[in-house]
Ligand binder design. Structure first.
Ligand SMILES: Nc1ncnc2c1ncn2[C@@H]1O[C@H](COP(=O)(O)OP(=O)(O)OP(=O)(O)O)[C@@H](O)[C@H]1O
Length: 451
């Protein structure tokens, strides 16, 4: 049975409630001190509080102080305050202090039952929400509802429960790390660490010890044995960001780790077992790099058991506006500004702009626009996109872009084989050569892997 703490000094009302609310276990308190001890004892989700408590029964000071104490002790508690039938002022004060609702005497038990039931319902929903949040189940930082993003999210849901090694591809700033975190959060490893390392931002000579750790005395300055990122991620997930920038010399060691799940610290002789799920990400074309022999083919296949390509922002259609609005809300809170939205020309300019830096660029532009905006609505000028809104690509340009992308995509899937590329595009090989010349895609010819 659900417990309600009734803080009420009128014994008559206590009795009335006891008999008329048989669905609840009622516990009573007649003053602030006993209210607090009952609160600690029963931890009720819902409390009714008569604001006119002794020693200030004619006023609300003791009742309001009691409300403060309750919310300080149990902030999630739903407090319904009971006031005299003309006491609007104190009722509103109580709501401002954090009371859930108020009810004016005389008590109509039918109405009070409805208020109580609703308070319990809200309390249960909030508790459920808190539980989900702490279990990491509430997604998500991935804002957007374009078909492309929803498809990527569905893939995340499918791969998260597995141990498959995932390769995230996509331009800089598209959200590869955000997706990696989503995979971790939805995986059974979500209580264990998520560790990310950016292979491009660490000097080549330090990357090995950053990843694998080192033993004391392994090199000058190695004063104590230090765990690498792989060991730090034990039990959890490791994101190898910008894997395309990993030096060839280290790729062999990484392959061994991925195959055998053991590591050796730098300067160490002992093999250490580690249990880590690996996700790799890069904005580079790894298939091309394999063809150019700047990335090991065996490592490429090992890390790309499944590949998820995160679409660039310009291919997410209306998501641009959805993300922009969500970011605007966040920046308003961060900078204590009250910008209300975007002017039409700003929206048009955002939709027309190709966003080469993707969401990171959108974030930067919005941040400065929120700070600099003179009116309540952000303009294209505030975003630094004033010249964008009338720029519509010609059909020729659109076709060129689409054909170039399709050719590069097919070429990657065909592993650099031009006959297969032409086949999959449904054109002849000479037509493919003509297109390669037309769009100056000469790197495709140079790296051809077939004989
Ligand atoms: N769908 C999204 N909605 C809102 N914010 C997003 C979304 N995706 C990414 N972001 C934000 O955009 C920024 C860039 O994301 P992230 O670092 O994951 O990109 P990335 O592809 O890993 O970039 P890089 O290749 O440069 O490392 C982050 O601040 C991230 O929070």
């Amino acid at each position: 049975m659900k417990t309600v703490l009734v803080i009420e000094d009128d014994i008559g009302i206590q009795k009335q409630l006891k008999w008329s609310l048989p669905d609840y276990e009622l516990v009573f308190a007649a003053d602030r001190a006993s209210a607090m001890s009952q609160l600690r004892r029963y931890e009720p989700a819902v409390v009714t509080l008569d604001l006119g408590l002794p020693p200030d029964a004619a006023n609300a000071s003791e009742g309001l102080a009691c409300l403060n104490d309750i919310l300080a002790t149990q902030p999630e508690c739903k407090v319904i305050v009971l006031t005299g039938n003309t006491d609007n002022e104190h009722a509103l004060k109580a709501i401002a202090l954090g009371a859930y609702d108020y009810y004016q005497k005389p008590i109509d038990v039918n109405v009070l039952s409805i208020i109580l039931a609703r308070a319990f319902k809200i309390s249960e929903l909030e508790a459920e929400n808190r539980a989900l949040k702490s279990a990491g189940m509430v997604s998500n930082d991935i804002i957007g509802n374009s078909e492309a993003i929803l498809k990527a999210c569905r893939t995340v849901e499918k791969i998260a429960p597995t141990e498959i090694t995932t390769l995230l591809l996509g331009e800089s700033g598209t959200g590869k790390e955000v997706f990696a975190r989503a995979i971790h959060r939805q995986s059974p490893r979500n209580k264990k660490p998520f560790v990310a390392i950016n292979c491009a931002s660490i000097p080549e000579n330090l990357l090995e010890s950053e990843l694998f750790g080192y033993e004391k005395g392994a090199f000058t300055g190695a004063n104590k044995t230090t765990l690498g990122k792989i060991e730090c991620a034990n039990g959890g997930t490791l994101l190898l960001d910008e894997i395309g920038d990993m030096p060839l010399s280290l790729q062999a060691k990484m392959l061994r780790f991925l195959q055998e799940r053991v590591i050796e610290r730098v300067g160490g002789r002992q093999e250490l077992e580690v249990d880590v799920r690996v996700i790799c990400a890069t904005h580079r074309n790894l298939a091309d790099m394999v063809a150019q022999q700047s990335f090991r083919e065996d490592l490429y296949y090992r890390i790309s058991e499944i590949t998820l390509t995160i679409p660039p922002l310009r291919e997410r259609g209306h998501d641009i506006a959805v993300i922009a609005k969500a970011l605007l809300h966040r920046f308003n809170q961060e900078f204590n500004t009250q910008v209300q939205g975007f002017s039409d020309n700003a929206l048009q300019a955002m939709l027309a702009y190709p966003w080469p830096g993707n969401i990171r660029e959108l974030q930067n532009k919005l941040k400065s626009a929120v700070i600099l905006a003179d009116s309540k609505y952000i303009s294209a000028e505030d975003l630094g996109l004033a010249s964008q809104q009338i720029k519509t690509d010609t059909l020729r340009k659109v076709r060129e872009l689409a054909e170039t992308q399709a050719i590069r995509h097919a070429y990657t899937l065909a592993n650099g084989n031009l006959s297969k590329t032409a086949d999959s595009l449904g054109i002849t090989r000479p037509t493919l050569y003509a297109l390669i010349d037309k769009y100056r895609l000469h790197d495709l010819r140079n790296t051809e892997t077939e004989v």
